[in-house]
Design a protein around this ligand. Structure first.
Ligand code: FAD
Length: 495
């Protein structure tokens, strides 16, 4: 090993793909050492069942933007593949890594284990490793006393500009030399016409267009499967992969509320931003939620896998139009609004009576904004296994009639139902043979009959879950969960 290796600091990027409001980058730049910005497309993530090419493409697009931004500083992100510690070992052959900076991540077990491995490697290699918070999520908390106070303090911190200047980053040329030794990642991707593009410039566009105009119908459209796509902020993938920090979005919201758009919509939006950290904090404090129901009283719930049902649900072939349209839309676009996410999970766990674990990975791979700390607590809430939330079994027909009254969303994603009048589109099985003949609709051909009887399965789910919710183990666990995970004032998130 070269003994005159230059001492450097590394900024290890994960779900924080931006240059602004980035304390690890800021601190590294103030270190007086040259800085290498690193992203590793880790083998463990390619192999992890939560991730799919759409996530890696979003990450690649985000890094391309960073590279454009770093051009004027004659640098770029070192984007490589492999195992993190092996990559660091390769870099160590050329540079003496003095310190690694990163953001703390509340992730799935795969990344949790990798973080431990990295900490141990740094220890053994005498390399200092420092993590900063980017969400209002605090490690080691036993309950929520003081959580909101700490969250407020973190989110109200002044955003200090990143002190980028020429000469402080490892140059493109030197990065090229590292690239000769470590397998690199090709960042060019073909944009998908129906999915959001990654990168801070897109994040800022969505942010600005929301506050300029789209926010106006936020509350009115939030539950509508098609209109919500315009009137909700659509910031979720940008927050999940850190193209924008939560602090940036919150401070902008605050600014707009005071100086510009005073509206109830912004209040409602601000509450949801708080929910993001609130849910991730739950997962941080009880990460076994990735595998088992948080309320142990529900762990013995008897549900057996039905591969045919699962396949039909995944491919939008259950014969229940709103569910199928939502699933096909999700697979194609990577996005659904909150209500449709809840509805497809409710249908899977209640009507199809499948364990929530059997849809967790598939949904994670489809949601472009996959965020483990929201995903798992929400899945469990919608599956009715927390014991602290009201059991809610969504009625897909009623939801369709209320939120897609013209059947526009359903027809867009299920062209097989194009010929039906709007009043029949959410329940085509109710057509009489004469009506079906008039519209040229042949049930079971082109579009399936419902794979389950909605009334019977709803009854079955209610009669199985309701008595269980009153059982001693569920109640005992409910008390434990309330004491650990809820805020003294549950309305405080709605400020
Ligand atoms: C089963 C299920 C799984 C989900 N998985 C994810 C996920 O992996 N990643 C994710 O970001 N959201 C998830 N959500 C929450 C929610 O549906 C999305 O955050 C929201 O639809 C994203 O759209 P938006 O950015 O336009 O939201 P907006 O309504 O504009 O909200 C702004 C931001 O607030 C946060 N937020 C909004 N609603 C919620 C909520 N209910 N809980 C926590 N935070 C919220 C998100 O960061 C969102 O981007 C899930 C919901 C359900 C029911």
């Amino acid at each position: 090993m070269n003994s005159d290796r230059e001492p450097i600091h590394i900024v290890w990027l994960k779900r924080d793909l931006r240059l602004e409001d980035h304390p690890p980058l800021r601190n590294a730049l103030l270190s007086k050492r040259r800085v290498l910005v690193l992203y590793v497309f880790e083998d463990i993530l390619f192999e992890d069942p939560h991730y799919s090419p759409r996530h890696f493409n979003f990450i690649k697009q985000s890094i391309k933007t960073l590279n454009d931004q770093l051009k004027s500083y004659n640098s770029k992100v070192l984007s490589v593949t492999g195992k993190l510690t092996k990559v660091l070992e390769s870099i160590s052959k050329v540079y003496r890594i003095e310190k690694i900076w990163a953001h703390q991540e509340t992730g799935v077990m795969t990344t949790f284990n990798r973080d431990h491995e990295l900490a141990q490697w740094c220890d053994e290699s005498h390399i200092s490793f420092e993590e900063h918070l980017q969400q209002g999520v605090f490690r080691g908390m036993k309950n929520r006393v003081n959580w909101l106070r700490k969250w407020d303090a973190l989110m109200n911190e002044t955003i200090i500009p990143t002190p980028l200047k020429k000469g402080v980053l490892i140059t493109k040329r030197s990065i090229g030399q590292l690239e000769d030794q470590i397998p690199t990642m090709e960042l060019e991707v073909k944009p998908h016409p129906k999915r959001q593009m990654g990168g801070s410039q897109y994040a800022v566009r969505y942010l600005n267009s929301f506050f300029n105009d789209r926010y106006r119908n936020y509350q009115k459209h939030i539950s509508k499967p098609d209109l919500s796509r315009r009137s909700c902020s659509r910031l979720s993938p940008y927050l999940a992969f850190g193209n924008l920090s939560m602090r940036q979005v919150l401070q902008k919201t605050e600014y707009e509320s005071i100086n510009g758009n005073r509206s109830f919509a912004l209040k409602a939006f601000g509450s949801r931003l708080r929910w993001q950290s609130h849910f991730i904090q739950k997962f941080e404090m009880e990460c076994s939620m990735e595998f088992e129901s948080i309320n142990k009283g529900y762990q013995k719930l008897d549900k057996s896998l039905n591969e045919e049902y699962i396949k039909a649900w995944e491919t939008g072939q259950t014969g229940v139009p709103l569910v199928d349209a939502a699933m096909r839309c999700l697979v194609e676009t990577g996005y659904l609004n909150f209500r449709m996410r809840s509805l497809v999970v409710s249908f899977f766990t209640h009507h199809l009576w499948q364990p929530w674990q059997a849809c967790a990975h598939f949904l994670a791979r489809q949601f472009l904004d996959f965020e483990p700390g929201i995903h798992y607590p929400q899945l469990q809430m919608q599956a009715g296994v927390t014991g602290i939330n009201m059991l809610r079994i969504y009625n897909p027909v009623k939801n369709g009639q209320e939120h897609d009254p013209n059947g526009q969303f359903v027809k867009q994603w299920l062209p097989e139902l194009e010929m039906l009048p709007e009043e029949m589109v959410h329940s085509p099985w109710e057509l009489t043979p004469i009506e079906a003949g008039v519209y040229g609709f042949e049930s079971g051909k082109g579009y399936p009959h419902p794979i389950v009887d909605l009334q019977k399965t709803r009854k079955h789910a209610t009669s199985s879950l309701w008595p269980l919710s009153k059982s001693a183990p569920v109640r005992k666990e409910g008390k434990r969960i309330l004491a650990k995970h809820t805020l003294a004032d549950r309305n405080s998130l709605m400020r």
